[in-house]
Design a protein around this ligand. Structure first.
Ligand code: PLP
Length: 220
């Protein structure tokens, strides 16, 4: 299957997952996760008209997307991987949304950079819904205090993001994220990947992050 065909298939699957729940497919942003994919596959997606992409590393994203963004000014770039504070400057300059705000010192650094660059990006808080040791994200119990901290700093938090534990049914985590967002009056939910986006859509996903189902297996 070509990248163009995959994009089309996924759009059809998004609509099929949304319609029974009375959701409009246009309310679900389909982020094509391009991390580590070869340039020709990215070009195929661009040629097919796709403009919303996700990357998980600032350095790789800069190399790839600075030239492409000048060629295609309507590209929307999402940071979906952990952000080191020393990369906050580059991240603020390059991305259109950050999905992985997850600690106070990062918030402080982002606030500083956003003011300096006069670029106030919408952001999401990553929630560690499975409370996994090795995973980044705010523990659900700490969300209210962290949200307050972000808002006090002036960060525009528009929603929540999660990556469910591999061994759990993802829908449990999507439902928890939806509940947390509702309680806090947050609109956006970034959840669902190649294997489970159809489960995230009934639970309110507004961003799905799909990599391998668009571009094929990532080269290792
Ligand atoms: C890589 C990645 C994805 C895409 O994963 P696929 O299984 O290839 O769809 C989604 N979200 C995050 C945070 C990722 O790092």
């Amino acid at each position: 299957m070509s990248v163009a065909e995959n994009l089309k298939t996924i759009r059809t699957r998004i609509a099929a997952a949304a319609n029974p729940w009375g959701r409009a497919p246009e309310d679900i942003s389909f982020i094509a996760v391009s991390k580590m994919q070869p340039p020709e596959r990215i070009q195929d997606a661009l040629s097919a008209g796709h403009r919303i992409f996700g990357e998980n590393r600032v350095y790789d994203a800069k190399e790839r997307w600075i030239p492409l963004k000048s060629q295609y000014p309507d590209i929307q770039l999402h940071l979906i991987g952990p952000l080191q504070t020393n990369k906050a400057k580059d991240a603020v300059a390059l991305f259109d949304m950050i999905h992985t705000v997850d600690r106070e010192n990062l918030v402080n650094e982002l606030v500083k950079e956003m003011k300096k660059q006069n670029r106030f990006l919408p952001c999401l808080i990553q929630v560690n819904t499975g409370a996994e040791e090795q995973k980044s994200g705010i523990i659900p119990d700490d969300l209210v205090a962290f949200l307050k901290f972000c808002r006090a700093g002036g960060v525009d938090i528009q929603g929540l993001m999660c990556i469910p534990p591999v061994d759990d049914p993802p829908a449990l985590h999507f439902a928890l994220l939806q509940k947390l967002a509702k309680e806090q009056g947050l609109y956006h939910l970034s959840m669902g990947m190649s294997d489970d986006f159809e489960k995230a859509i009934p639970l309110g996903a507004t961003f799905i992050r799909v990599g391998s189902a668009v571009f094929g297996q990532r080269p290792s």
